[in-house]
Each structure stands twice: as C-alpha cells, then as structure tokens.
Design a protein. Structure first.
Length: 103
C-alpha cells in the first residue's frame, strides 16, 4: 500500500491513470493507422480518418502523435502492420453474428 506519504499516493494514482490513458491511446493509434491505410492520409478526403483524428484529439492525444500514426498508416514509417477482417456467421437460433477485428 501507499501508506501515508502524499507523494507515494500520487505516484500510485498517476500510474493507474497513465495505464488507462495508454490503453486508450494504443487503440486510437491502431484505428488511425488502419484508416490512413484504407483511405489515404488526407483527412479531407477520408471521412473515416477524419473521425478517428477527431476522436484522438478529443482524448487529449498530441497532434504530433496523431500525425506520426497517420504517416505510419500511409507507409512512411516502419512498424506494426494492421489489417481489418470481418467474420460473418450464425449463432444459436439462427442469429446472424458479424465480428469486425483488427489484427
């Protein structure tokens, strides 16, 4: 436990907040890379990328980070390659199931 030290409490609280923010940012960066790869790096011509950029900036992501992710999706940098896959199937009782995945 953190005990009674103010700075130890701040350290633990900040670590938890940073972990949450990092998880959200990772998901948003993947979305930016896939959108830039699918429709081009220009947000004016790519509505999916424009929505992803707006969502990232709304989550307080730095504009520099957004631009790097878009450039990586456009093929300017090396890094992980993400592909989007859609699975279709039927579940119990004939219910249609559609799963969109990013790998």
């Amino acid at each position: 436990m953190a005990g009674h030290s103010k700075w130890a409490n701040i350290k633990h609280r900040k670590a938890a907040q940073d972990a949450k923010r990092g998880k959200v940012f990772t998901k948003l960066i993947r979305e930016l890379v896939v959108a830039a790869k699918a429709g081009g790096p220009n947000p004016e011509d790519n509505p999916r990328l424009r929505a992803a950029v707006d969502k990232a900036l709304g989550a307080n992501m730095k504009r520099d980070t957004v631009e790097k992710a878009v450039a990586r999706g456009a093929g300017a940098g090396e890094g992980d390659s993400y592909d989007e896959i859609t699975y279709e199937g039927y579940g119990v009782g004939g219910i249609a199931i559609l799963v969109e995945c990013m790998t």
